[in-house]
Design a protein around this ligand. Structure first.
Ligand code: 0WD
Ligand code: CA
Length: 391
C-alpha cells in the first residue's frame, strides 16, 4: 500500500490524492541565517544542436565579444526577426537532455555500489561502466526550476507546477506548464512575440564562436542551439545536480568553469525612478538567483528602448546584487525557503517508482505549495531509456 508520509490520511479530491501542503506565507518564517550552500562546481557540460541533438562537449559555447565602447552601442534587436528559427514551445523535453548526459557520464555521478549487489561482470570495471545502481545526488532538475523555487517568496504574479518522481533514491523534478502560463504564452501579441526574440538577438551582437572571430549578426538566430553546464552543489543536507544554459564565457580567461562563464540580459532603459526600482526589485532577483546557482560571477545587461535599440551595456557582479537590492528582497529568505521546500519534498515523496508523480503547485499569489499524487502513470516523465540504464 502507498505510504503518504507524516501519518496524514490522504484527502480525496477529484480522484487525486491530496497531501499536506507546504506554507509559503508569512515569508518571515524564512528570515533565518543563510543556510550552507556549497560553491557550485561543474561536473560536465553538453551542447544542443539545431536539431536539439545532445553532444557531450562545448561546441556551442560562445565567447563574449565586447563592443568597442560598451557605453555607446547601436544594436538593432529587431534585425532578422522574420528569418529566425524558433524552437517549438509546445515540444516539452522535460529532463531528457539532462538524463541523456547522465547516461553517457555515469562514472562522474554514480554512487559507490553496495557490496551485496555487486555483479561479477562489473567488478574492477566500475569507473567505466555505463550502468550503476544509484546516482550520487538527492535532487536532479534544471537550474531554472531551482531559480523558480528561490524566487517564490517574492513572486505573486506567476505560479508554477513541478512534477516530482523518486527513483532509486533520487528525486527528479521537472516543470509542467500550468494552464495560466500556457494561456499567457498562447495569448502573446505579435509585439510580445517579437520582443521575446530580442534577448536572443542581443546574444548574437556580443558573442562569437572563439577569440579569433567577430559577432555575425547576418545569420538567422536559431533558438534550438544551446550550451548547458551540469552543476553539482549542496544546499544544507540536500545534494543537488542541475543543468543550466550558459550564454558565453569570458575571452582569454585563465579561470575555469563555471567562474569564466557570463550571463547576458536585456532590459528597458530606466526612464523614470520607478523603472530603476522595479529592475532591482523584480528583474535583478531572478538574474541573481539564476547566476548565483551556477556560480556565474558577472552579468552583462544591454539597455534598450521600445524600438529594440540597445544604446549601452552595463556590467553587474552577481555577488553584489543581493546588497544592491537594498532590502527589497533577502537572499537568505530565498535560500531558506528552497531548503525547507526540498526537505518537505523528501518527507512527502515516499514511493520510489518512475511511474509515480507527485505534482507540486504554487498558484499565483497563493500562500502555499500544494501536492497531489498521480500513481496511474499518466504524468510519468523519466524516459524508458534512462530508467533502463540502471542495473
Ligand atoms: O520544459 C520546461 N518547462 C523547461 C525546459 C523549463 C525551463 C528550461 N527548460 C530547458 C530547455 O530545454 C533549455 O534548453 O532548460 C534549458 C534551459 O535551462 P535553464 O538554464 O534551467 O533555464 P533558465 O535559467 O530558466 O533559462 C536560461 C535560458 C534563458 O535565458 P534568459 O536570459 O532569458 O534567462 O534558457 C533559455 C532562455 O534563453 N530558456 C529556454 N530555452 C528553451 N526552452 C527555456 C525553454 N523552456 N526556458 C529558458
Ligand atoms: Ca541570458
Amino acid at each position: 500500500a502507498a505510504n503518504f508520509g507524516k501519518e496524514e490520511a490522504p484527502r480525496n479530491q477529484g480522484g487525486l490524492q491530496m497531501i499536506r501542503p507546504f506554507p509559503i506565507k508569512p515569508i518571515s518564517r524564512f528570515n533565518q541565517k543563510f543556510p550552507f550552500f556549497r560553491q557550485p562546481t561543474e561536473v560536465g557540460h553538453f551542447s544542443l544542436d539545431s536539431k536539439r541533438g545532445v553532444h557531450c562537449d562545448a561546441r556551442l559555447l560562445k565567447v563574449y565579444c565586447p563592443p568597442a565602447d560598451p557605453r555607446r552601442t547601436d544594436f538593432d534587436l529587431r534585425k532578422g526577426y522574420r528569418d529566425y528559427i524558433k524552437r517549438d514551445d509546445d515540444v516539452k523535453e522535460r529532463l531528457n537532455n539532462i538524463t541523456k548526459w547522465m547516461q553517457e557520464n555515469k562514472r562522474l555521478i554514480a554512487a559507490p555500489p553496495t557490496s551485496t549487489s555487486e555483479r561479477s561482470e562489473d567488478q574492477g570495471n566500475e569507473s567505466t561502466s555505463r550502468h550503476c545502481e544509484r546516482i550520487n545526488a538527492d535532487f536532479v532538475m534544471w537550474r531554472g526550476h531551482m531559480t523558480k523555487f528561490l524566487c517564490t517568496p517574492y513572486e505573486d504574479r506567476e505560479g508554477w507546477a513541478m512534477a516530482v518522481t523518486l527513483y532509486r533514491g533520487t528525486y527528479y523534478i521537472s516543470e509542467v506548464e500550468t494552464e495560466e502560463n500556457r494561456a499567457r504564452r498562447k495569448g502573446m501579441s505579435d509585439r510580445e512575440q517579437e520582443m521575446s526574440y530580442w534577448g536572443y538577438k542581443f546574444e548574437q551582437y556580443v558573442t562569437s564562436d572563439d577569440e579569433r572571430s567577430q559577432p555575425d549578426t547576418t545569420k538567422p538566430v536559431d533558438t534550438h542551439e544551446a550550451f548547458c553546464s551540469v552543476i553539482r552543489t549542496r544546499l544544507d543536507s540536500h545534494s543537488l545536480l542541475y543543468s543550466g544554459e550558459v550564454d558565453c564565457r569570458i575571452p582569454n580567461s585563465k579561470k575555469k568553469p563555471p567562474e569564466n562563464y557570463m550571463e547576458l540580459k536585456t532590459t528597458r532603459i530606466w526612464y523614470k525612478h520607478n523603472n530603476e526600482r522595479n529592475f532591482y526589485r523584480f528583474k535583478l532577483l531572478k538574474v541573481w538567483a539564476q547566476s548565483f546557482l551556477v556560480g556565474i560571477p558577472e552579468v552583462i545587461v544591454g539597455f534598450r528602448d521600445d524600438e529594440g535599440i540597445v544604446s549601452y551595456l552595463r556590467s553587474f557582479q552577481t555577488m553584489q546584487m543581493a546588497s544592491s537590492s537594498q532590502g527589497m528582497w533577502d537572499a537568505a529568505v530565498c535560500f531558506n525557503f528552497a531548503n525547507q521546500l526540498l526537505t518537505y519534498i523528501k518527507e512527502i515523496v515516499t514511493i520510489d517508482n518512475p511511474k509515480v508523480v507527485y505534482m507540486l503547485k504554487r498558484a499565483p499569489g497563493s500562500s502555499e505549495v500544494t501536492c497531489t499524487l498521480h500513481a496511474e502513470g499518466d504524468e510519468q516523465f523519466l524516459s524508458q531509456e534512462y530508467i533502463a540504464s540502471f542495473r
